[in-house]
Design a protein around this ligand. Structure first.
Ligand code: G6P
Length: 354
């Protein structure tokens, strides 16, 4: 097992560092720069009127991110917790997309089976060739992340985000604009830049012993915030919650104190970013330390106690980069606490019971 870690202390850290390569594999042959086109050789032409994305855990956060992008692309789309969807699939015709790293998660299989039973067409977005999900769905699209050993999903989340971003472009338009193509193509090197320059270890160490950690974001930063909190709680056993930044004042703000660092992800300089900056001011007024993960386009850094910087990119690719900073923050917190990072208590890599 030690040799498999290639000198890294944990599989999780190795897999975080494998992301540039994994994303290069994910993009290979799918982004035609000259033609300005996205291509999926394994998929026949699909033209769904509506999408239901079903998934569990980290994959559910990728599904939320994907659903936002499909909606931006003009296709009505919603993400569902697979375990809820299976109980009462919403009515209406939809292409049902099962998002699952392993392709073996019982909840996700139950959801796609329920959908098939009701006559829906299904698409698997998975890392695992020949998995049950891949075999049972009508269509399959691989994220090509390579094997992931750490229980906490890292590179496969980035692979799911990237594949779903590509799918949204592919379904929406015959041609993709140059900036989007450029942002997608530079994603692997931008992730590498985050890995090379991240100050997450020092930042994580300065907040050890906190009462709880809150993660906030809006728009595409919202699923990233949920994922940041999930990663931290899974591997560090610290209390961590992700909220939509706009939801803070509807309850969670009551929990915010000097003892609860708030990690705010702020992407771009649009409305979502401006409003999140206001939320940052609200938590700061309650004495909470603020860590901002940002590309530096908005004013967010001005109000931050610490900044985790990401390269300037389009918002959808910036959401992949921001998540890498949060992965590292979670990893370094858990490492400083001496947790068994690759095998957290009570959790399994693939949950094959409902
Ligand atoms: C388990 C794992 C999570 C994972 C989830 C869904 O809960 O511990 O890391 O996100 O299953 O797994 P899947 O293979 O369907 O993506």
């Amino acid at each position: 097992e030690e040799t498999g870690k290639s000198g890294y202390e944990h599989f999780m850290l190795k897999e975080i560092h494998e992301q540039p390569r994994a994303l290069r594999q994910c993009l290979r042959g799918r982004v035609d720069e000259l033609g300005g086109r996205i291509e999926f050789e394994e998929l026949s032409r699909l033209s769904p009127e509506r999408l239901h994305l079903v998934a569990a855990g980290t994959s559910y956060h990728a599904a939320l991110y994907g659903a936002s992008l499909f909606r931006v692309a003009g296709i009505p789309a919603d993400a569902y917790h697979a375990h809820e969807y299976a109980l009462s699939p919403p009515p209406g015709e939809a292409l049902v997309v099962g998002v699952s790293q392993s392709g073996e998660t019982a909840d996700t299989l139950a959801a796609t089976r329920a959908a098939r039973g009701a006559g829906a067409e299904t698409l698997a977005v998975t890392n695992t060739v020949g998995s049950t999900l891949a075999r049972e769905c009508d269509h399959v699209c691989y994220i090509r992340s390579g094997p992931e050993i750490g229980v906490a999903a890292t590179k496969t989340f980035a692979g799911q985000q990237t594949t779903l971003a590509l799918l949204a472009e592919w379904l929406a338009a015959d041609t993709t604009d140059r900036e989007t193509i450029a942002a997608l193509r530079s994603l692997p090197s931008d992730v590498q830049a985050v890995l090379d320059n991240s100050r997450s270890e020092a930042v994580a160490e300065s907040y050890l012993g906190s009462e709880a950690y809150f993660f906030i974001g809006r728009g595409l930063a919202y699923p990233v915030s949920l994922e940041g909190a999930l990663k931290l709680k899974e591997i560090s056993y610290e209390h961590a919650e992700g909220f939509p930044a706009g939801g803070l004042k509807h309850g969670p703000l009551a929990l915010v104190t000097e003892q609860t660092p708030v990690l705010a992800t702020v992407l771009g300089d649009g409305e979502a970013a401006r409003k999140t900056v206001n939320n940052i001011k609200e938590v700061q007024a309650r004495g909470a330390p603020v860590v901002v993960v940002t590309d530096g386009r908005s004013e967010a850094d001005r109000y931050a106690d610490h900044v985790l910087r990401i390269p300037d990119s389009e918002e959808r690719t910036a959401a992949v980069l921001a998540n890498v900073q949060l992965q590292l923050f979670a990893y370094h917190t858990a490492a400083a606490l001496g947790r068994p990072i690759d095998k957290p208590r009570n959790l399994a890599k693939s949950v094959t019971v409902e």
